[in-house]
Design a protein around this ligand. Sequence first.
Ligand SMILES: *Cc1c(COP(=O)(O)O)cnc(C)c1O
Length: 437
Amino acid sequence: MECDTMTPLQPAARRELVLREAVRRRLLDPEEALLAAFVDLDGVAASVAALHRAFPPGAEVLHTFAAKANCLVPLLARLNELGMGCEVAGPGEFAQALAAGFDPGRIVFDSPAKTRRELVRALELGAAVNIDNWQELDRVDELLRAGASASRIGVRVNPQVGAGVIGAMSTATATSKFGITLADPGNAERLVEAFRARPWLTWIHVHVGSQGCPLDLMAEGVARAVSFAERVDAELGRRQVMGVDLGGGLPVNFADDTTTPTFADYVERLRAHAPGLFDGRYRLATEFGRSLLAKNGFTAAYVEYTKDSGGRRIAVTHAGAQVATRTVFMPDAWPLRITAHHPSGEAKDGAPLPQDVAGPCCFAGDLLARARPLPPLEPGDLVALLDTGAYYATTHFQYNSLPEPAVHGFTVDAGGGVRFVPLRRAQRVEELLRPVD
Ligand SMILES: *Cc1c(COP(=O)(O)O)cnc(C)c1O
């Protein structure tokens, strides 16, 4: 596609350009590459810049990327170059963050089930650790008696502000599995004493939840964490809490191409709920995942067949539960936009017809969309699943031994030239045949 002006392409035109190039370069192929995911690296850089701009220039903030949202090492390496730290929740993500080149002091380790060995390693490397529960606190006591650590150590609190609209994504309910609850009788007092006895305990961590949590609920959770930090210092009569880690969780708009809410919107709500957060007393950390990546990625798949069943038009594609697990199992909570394309990648027009967009998995519920009005799909066409840069192709669900698709990063220059950067190659079927060793 020619680009005769220097104005940046609109998102739909940009995706179409990338799809056409991907077909031309055989990154999508009806036999060899039925399915592939794409990450807009220019978009990622712009999202990171927006996050940095949203916080006051004087604030000392470590912005970490929540690796689970898209854990590919080359992508994490890019985020490292862009000045991000990395939040990890297990030994795999920890290893990926190190392989991506993150300085251990810019890694935050946040699993609710850290083993002794994992804690030893994090404390040896000097990664930040957020303790999840009383037993983990005892364990860290024991490990620190054996040897000092450069790690900054915090406690994850649960402000118990309640749930958003997706229960499975809400981490600050009264009975959530995460963190030490602040409102249960005696807990706040006990935690203040825990800080008194441990001068090395200097951070408070909170993560209210992800997609589906309104900004005011998230900001109120952070506000309760900040007022708890203030209480610790007041009761101890000294400056002990050095920092507040506010977690991630900014929701993403899956309905169209606008980015809303923005990081700036969230900071504005944080200022309203928790003014103490920005008065210079605390160092800050964030852990955004979905809001940095989701809108910067899409997934493309070929239509293999179409059929009519019970009066319903169905397009059977190569993208289903293996790459869109949440959408398939919880379609109301995780709807995705889908666009229709010719085999060349060019966008299809044509009067919309309600169609089920099905995946390749052998269970009836493997549907990306039901009765979705789309230009009529034909075998050999492509569909694109939009806003799938986080928690889609990189959180593969291995059903029917379907292999992991390739993930390609891309950049587009001012003249419309597309450059692809491999982020993950496609898994080969032979890799599924490894014997037990
Ligand atoms: C999942 C998670 C995040 C990132 O959440 P997003 O909704 O992707 O921003 C941050 N912190 C913790 C502790 C998490 O579990």
